[in-house]
Design a protein. Structure first.
Length: 312
């Protein structure tokens, strides 16, 4: 099938000659810092210098509008998902002057339930698909699951990279899977989860970011929130540097989604600070910045309003 190859062929100097490994070449061409200690120093400096100035009501309100309000539990049911969706409807009715969350994020089999219960037009329906969170299944299974979710009303799709392919260095197979899933959903945004807690090093996170973007990812996303360590500021920093470099090379804005273990306003503002400082104001829009979280929205709401209400 036609996958990442076409994108990778563009703009690469070796294309005129016999290509060595095109994936390695794309990665080698990147200038993004991958020394773990240097990345950590840069993150600390950036957060120390800018975090506090972003701890204000406007940022909290913006961040609430970037939340993919998530439930991904074994105990999810049609009834619980309907009740979850009602919270978003009620929020809109009770606080019509506030922007709502960006999306409701559920397992793919619940897209139809959210679609049937959601009464708010500017909140999307995101699904975690393609055998989330392990991504261990035949590609045909992943494509079928994803196509059904779109048919059921999903607006956006989150999928995990094939970690086995990544660790085996089977980059072509990894990229082709992502490209096939993107082809399955057409213009709907595809968020590609790197599972940065399993990738561990800045070098691996850079590699996975580049491969995902060249394969057609509309967003790159840190973590599933399952098993492995969740988002880290270091991972976010490397991913945002990769997004910036990709934009400079191709004029394509890829979004960034932080997810996995983000529960407090303070932490959310740290991720905001990284996006703002590395990528700039153009990314400060929920079309390009999301936070996926199962238990952050109430804290943001309370920080924003100074109340103890828990609308979500
Ligand atoms: O995609 C979103 C994550 O699964 C949410 O993770 P969390 O439950 O740690 O907030």
């Amino acid at each position: 099938m036609k996958g990442v190859t076409d994108n990778l062929k563009k703009d690469l100097p070796f294309e005129q000659t016999v290509p060595p490994d095109k994936y390695e070449a794309a990665i080698k061409a990147s200038q993004v810092e991958t020394d773990n200690d240097k990345v950590s120093d840069q993150v600390h400096r950036l957060v120390d210098e800018h975090w506090q100035e972003n701890m204000n009501r406007d940022v909290y309100e913006f961040l609430l509008n970037c939340v993919d309000l998530t439930t991904l539990s074994t105990t999810d049911s049609e009834r619980s998902i309907a009740a979850f969706t009602q919270k978003v409807n009620k929020y809109q009715a009770k606080y019509p002057d506030f922007k709502n969350v960006a999306s409701i994020c559920v397992y793919s089999n619940f897209a139809e339930v959210v679609r049937g219960n959601l009464e708010v037009s500017d909140v999307g329906i995101a699904v975690c698909s393609a055998s989330f969170p392990s991504s261990q299944a035949h590609i045909e299974t992943k494509v079928a699951e994803t196509a059904l979710a779109i048919q059921d009303g999903a607006d956006e799709v989150d999928v995990v990279i094939n970690m086995g392919y990544f660790l085996d260095g089977a980059y072509e197979e990894l990229c082709d899977e992502i490209a096939e899933l993107k082809a399955t959903i057409g213009n709907h945004p595809l968020k590609v989860i790197l599972e940065t807690g399993a990738l561990k090093s800045a070098e691996n996170i850079k590699r996975a970011s580049i491969l995902a973007m060249y394969s057609g990812a509309d967003f790159i996303k840190t973590s599933t929130g399952k098993i492995y360590p969740g988002a880290s500021l270091e991972a976010a920093y490397v991913m945002c540097q990769c997004i910036k470099e990709y934009y400079q090379k191709h004029s394509i804005m890829v979004g960034f989604k932080a997810s996995g273990g983000i529960r407090t306003t303070e932490d959310a503002v740290k991720y905001y600070t990284i996006v703002k400082e590395v990528l700039g104001d153009h990314w400060l829009d929920n079309e390009y910045f999301r936070i996926g979280a199962s238990s952050l929205a109430n804290d943001l709401f309370q920080s924003m309003t100074g109340t103890t209400d828990k609308p979500f």
